[in-house]
Design a protein around this ligand. Structure first.
Ligand code: COA
Length: 342
């Protein structure tokens, strides 16, 4: 419990102590502001130096290519060494920049304005990513219960609309959070973010689809798909947060070497388990698209939402399927390169 002075002498004594402490607070704050200014200056000089390095390296790459034609083998070796080092630099600059403030992209500028979203230490970055994964998990549970209720318990258009509205909000929020993660050095592939823009659009269109025969024809398939998607999302959460915690424990993220061998084997086991479920979901998206295009051929089909949703599902199928294949291929090739270099 805090000490509360009773008599006048105790009050004066307390005031004197507070005065001393106040001087100390002022001094600490002055020091803090001074350090902040030093940090701002360092940030500016780092940003300028990186820009200058990039430009000079670009010019040097062109010059080296020109020199190559008239060199002996020894000089060629020197040039190969320089080119090898130049190839590593973009990754190093990318890591450096994830700790430096930068101008927001168009989307973040429109949504948040020009506020700095760069988190300045690894712990805050990890905490933000962790919170993003947990946010997805909580919404996954809520959306699972919601879609289950709509699918098996209550069939009411207004409740479906509420469900679709929640989806629109959820996907919008993800696009904002993912843009912030990218600003902080996350390597989320552009498609996964774009996938959430398409999903926002799709849910928005579903929201405006009026009640009728065609809506009812697609409703059960759509809600069952949503249930499945939430189930896959849950598996994804287990995999992604597993990666996040293991890599954090290893203290590194993108430059994998021997120390991450254990992680690699965990990742491959996780991926092999997850992939069949992911691909099944992708083909379900294709099936949704085909179903909607078939419905669009029916004479009673007047709603524009049918074709729009069909196109969105096809786009989702193609993007998700080919990006996932690309990711797995890239991981496989990296793995092969690592094994060869050992
Ligand atoms: N959504 C959001 N972020 C994703 C993501 C996704 N679908 N896939 C990968 N990321 C993030 C990772 O968390 C990592 O972030 P970090 O740099 O901040 O650590 C970064 O992107 C790079 O990840 P990468 O190493 O390329 O892939 P991974 O091993 O983390 O995940 C997959 C690979 C295939 C499991 C994952 O991309 C995935 O689940 N894709 C399928 C999504 C899908 O199809 N959903 C629809 C289902 S019906």
């Amino acid at each position: 419990m805090l000490f509360s002075p009773s008599g006048i002498s105790e009050c004066v004594q307390e005031w004197n102590d507070l005065e001393k402490d106040y001087q100390h607070v002022q001094e600490t704050h002055r020091l803090y502001k001074q350090k902040l200014e030093e940090v701002s200056k360092l940030q500016e000089s780092c940003t300028t130096a990186i820009t200058r390095q990039r430009k000079k390296l670009k010019d040097l790459t062109v010059s080296l290519e020109e020199c190559k034609e008239k060199l002996n083998p020894e000089e060629m070796n020197v040039i190969d060494g320089i080119q090898e080092s130049i190839r590593d630099r973009p990754n190093v600059f990318f890591e450096m920049e994830s700790f430096l403030p930068k101008k927001n992209g168009l989307y973040l500028s429109l949504v948040l304005g020009n506020v700095n979203v760069t988190l300045l230490n690894k712990q805050s970055k990890f905490a933000y990513k962790d919170e993003y994964e947990k946010f997805k998990l909580i919404l996954t549970v809520i959306l699972f219960v919601f879609s289950f209720t709509c699918r098996f318990v209550v069939s009411y258009r207004a409740l479906d609309a509420l469900f679709n509205f929640l989806l629109v909000w959820y996907y919008c929020t993800l696009t904002i959070r993912e843009s912030i993660l990218i600003s902080n050095g996350s390597r989320i592939k552009g498609w996964w973010v774009f996938h959430h823009y398409v999903s926002t659009f799709l849910s928005g269109v579903m929201l405006t689809w009026p009640e009728g025969k065609l809506y009812q024809m697609f409703r059960s398939q759509f809600l069952t798909y949503c249930l499945y998607q939430r189930f896959v999302q849950f598996l994804q959460y287990y995999y992604q947060s597993g990666c996040l915690y293991r890599l954090r424990a290893l203290g590194e993220r993108h430059n994998m070497d021997l120390t991450v061998e254990g992680f690699q084997s965990w990742m491959w086991r996780g991926l092999t388990f997850l992939l069949p479920f992911l691909f099944f979901g992708h083909f379900w998206q294709l099936y949704n698209g085909v179903t909607l295009f078939r419905m669009a051929q029916l004479p009673e089909c007047k709603e524009w939402q049918v074709v729009m949703c069909g196109c969105s599902y096809l786009a989702l199928f193609m993007g998700n399927f080919f990006t996932t294949l690309g990711v797995v291929y890239q991981k496989y090739m990296n793995n092969q390169d690592k094994s060869k270099s050992l």
